[in-house]
Design a binder for this molecule. Sequence first.
Ligand SMILES: Nc1ncnc2c1ncn2[C@@H]1O[C@H](COP(=O)(O)OP(=O)(O)OP(=O)(O)O)[C@@H](O)[C@H]1O
Length: 249
Amino acid sequence: MIKLQKIAKSFIGDEIETVAIDGMDLTIDKGEFLSILGPSGCGKSTLLNVLGMLDTVNSGEFHFLNHQVATLGEAQRAKLRKQHLGFIFQNFNLIDELTVEQNIELPLYYQKVAKSERKARVEAVLKRVDISHRRHHLPAKLSGGQQQRVAIARAIITEPDLILADEPTGNLDSNNSAQVMALLQQLNREGATIVMVTHAPEHISYGTRAIELLDGKIISDQSISEQSISDESISDQGITAELQEVSCG
Ligand SMILES: Nc1ncnc2c1ncn2[C@@H]1O[C@H](COP(=O)(O)OP(=O)(O)OP(=O)(O)O)[C@@H](O)[C@H]1O
């Protein structure tokens, strides 16, 4: 689904160049649930912004489905974003003045989907994330976990090829975090491809693969299976412990 080849991205400010992504190669297949970890400033958000076509690269190739994204202009990238991507953010990014169901409906409205179909799809997604009982509430009346479930519903309602999640549990307590991660895992098991930036090494076990970045480069790339997670937690010296150390940065 995605192929990055020798991608480089730097920022220039006050005559100082900061290299955020340093010649990165990365392939992501349909159906993966990839976690991206690493210390602060290692390039996680920049990579997610590149994958989300919110930011351009300085050099390298970026293939998404059948498109060569690096050569596309802003309007074409915006079209691809709207058609194929769903975003989930740490601070939910819901619209305060709209109810739960209006927030969820919005992407379909922008896609000019007919009203009757919008209603049917909102209904199904409300059930899917178990928030039907709060459909007429404004976001401020919901808990953080409920707000993130609404944001997930809004991200999946267009049936995107790829869901990008930027620290989706960053503002949640452990109970709500576990619920949101279980929902993302379930969506992945039903076929969704997910790329998630996280500071929580314990959450990689919900995914199928974890990469660790340092200074804009991938320094480890691991397949995650339920078996490997339980083995590693027993040995206490595997990826979970290692990543815990790295993410403290
Ligand atoms: N708009 C920008 N202008 C200048 N430098 C930037 C910009 N965005 C990111 N950087 C720099 O690029 C590097 C990578 O930043 P990035 O935000 O991708 O890191 P991160 O791993 O997501 O960090 P965090 O975990 O703290 O969110 C950092 O050195 C950062 O200061």
